[in-house]
Design a protein around this ligand. Structure first.
Ligand SMILES: O=C(O)[C@H]1O[C@H](OP(=O)(O)OP(=O)(O)OC[C@H]2O[C@@H](n3ccc(=O)[nH]c3=O)[C@H](O)[C@@H]2O)[C@H](O)[C@@H](O)[C@H]1O
Length: 436
């Protein structure tokens, strides 16, 4: 049998019909083809090179923050700008227009709603990352949409997006709540803390400093900056140079970074040290939330215990109290003084504790949840692992009381009752899972 020869590339492109003219033409075309092929292969190599470059950049980004949705964010267009403008509209005299970062987050949602309800203009920005279930963030977003708050999907590291937002709206204030939260997760994904709490913060400050007018900035620091301090209650003037986790270290760095921008560019800065905030629409990674889920599903919970069997304690603070502190801070924030990226005079730099002032131990927290849920927890008590946790927190809030009129009014018992009511209405009695 005659072996079938593979058609040459020529044959493929120019079916052979022998003839002089044809042959000449074929030769001419061959030359063109080879030239063309040579340039096509160059283009192909370039395309390969670009793909490889993009892929390595993407994989670097995912190393920095594997849970980030930085590249899927979409924004822009006439309709989008209209939504931003409408959401930013002020509907009370003397009101403010606030850019809320992390608006689909726990505290961000509550603060955005409170501002909108009193007639301030609010535009949110959130990257909707999947540090915890993004469907909860989407549900919070629906709530915000129903109340006329538009949340831009994007990352605070995106300077073009921030510039665009400041171009569309002359924000008077920025409520900066976007952050990589969680104390213990920092050991798993340190890069995400650097990405959001350091790089993101600097990028936001750069945008604020260049904006005209410059907004006043109120942002979320953390009780964790008190680290391993033993003097209680924690006061703003106490030392904050012994953080116990990378999370705490990035928040402490944030306090120093904001100070620099206050000093050089005249940005008005208020840093709020939140103490273990809890409540409806809360964060599923936090103990009160995950304990509730596990108790309802009949699963064990792990309760950490400190040195020498001492119970851990937190100054758990109800979200409505935190919201009052945030709004009080926005209302009392003095103006930024810079223009065109230059400082024109000194601007306020403030730091406040926002806590509840009465620490509760973790076993007591569990007891309250058991009563509200009418179910017993399967407790597994273990020694606190060395993963960034601190044994206790306790806020002195006299400065915030004096300057902001801050006065927490919700105790843990009452606050958890509200949380449990929300939890059951949102997830149902057993979070859709059978109780063992
Ligand atoms: O104030 C803050 O600045 C921080 O508050 C919050 O951190 P924490 O106070 O550590 O809250 P959270 O994780 O709910 O643990 C509460 C208690 O339960 C104990 N805990 C925790 C988990 C567990 O499985 N078992 C347990 O006993 C645990 O040992 C602890 O004693 C925010 O998450 C953080 O983002 C930051 O804002």
């Amino acid at each position: 049998m005659k072996e079938r020869t593979m058609p040459s590339l020529d044959e493929d492109l120019f079916p052979s019909t022998p003839g002089k003219v044809k042959i000449e033409r074929t030769h001419t075309m061959n030359r063109q083809f080879y030239r063309c092929f040579a340039s096509t292969s160059t283009m192909f190599l370039w395309a390969l090179f670009l793909i490889a470059l993009t892929a390595s950049y993407l994989s670097f980004q995912s190393f920095v923050d594997p849970r980030s949705r930085y590249f899927t964010a979409s924004w822009g267009g006439i309709q989008w700008e209209k939504q931003v403008r409408t959401s930013a509209q002020i509907r009370r005299s003397g009101g403010m227009s606030v850019l809320v970062t992390g608006a689909a987050g726990f505290v961000g949602t509550h603060v955005s709603l409170a501002l909108k309800k009193r007639g301030d203009g609010v535009v949110g920005i959130d990257n909707f990352n999947n540090y915890y279930d993004p469907s909860l963030k989407k549900a919070r977003n629906s709530l915000l949409i129903n109340h006329g708050v538009f949340v831009v999907e994007g990352d605070i590291n995106d300077s073009r997006l921030l510039a665009k937002l400041f171009d569309i709206v002359a924000f008077t204030h920025v409520m900066h709540l976007a952050a990589q939260a969680g104390v213990r997760y920092a050991m798993e994904n340190p890069g995400s803390y650097v990405h959001s709490n350091i790089a993101g913060l600097v990028n936001l400050l750069e945008s604020c400093k260049s904006a005209n007018p410059q907004p006043a900035i109120v942002w979320a620091s953390s009780s964790s900056v008190y680290g391993l301090n033993e003097k209680v209650p924690f006061s703003e003037s106490d030392r904050t140079d012994q953080p116990a986790s990378l999370y705490a270290a990035t928040k402490k760095a944030g306090e120093e970074i904001t100070h620099t921008y206050n000093h050089i560019y005249g940005l008005s800065i208020t840093g709020l040290r939140f103490f273990t905030v809890y409540g409806p629409w809360g964060r599923p990674d936090m103990a009160y939330f995950s304990f509730t889920r596990n108790i309802l599903q009949g699963k064990p919970i792990t309760v950490y215990r400190g040195k020498n069997g001492v119970d851990l304690a937190r100054d758990f603070t109800y979200v409505d109290d935190i919201v009052k502190g945030c709004l009080g801070s926005l209302d009392t924030a003095g103006k930024s003084t810079g223009t065109g990226g230059k400082k024109r005079g000194p601007a306020p730099y403030r730091i406040f504790n926002l806590g509840n002032t009465s620490p509760v131990t973790v076993p007591t927290l569990v007891g309250i949840l058991e009563r509200h849920l009418k179910m017993k927890a399967k407790k597994k008590v273990v020694d606190m692992p060395g993963n960034g946790d601190v044994p206790f927190t306790h806020a002195n809030v006299s400065l915030a009381r004096r300057e902001l009129g801050y006065k927490p009014t919700t105790d843990l018992q009452t606050g958890l009752k509200k949380f449990v009511r929300w939890y059951l209405s949102y997830y149902g009695y057993n979070h859709g899972k059978p109780v063992n």
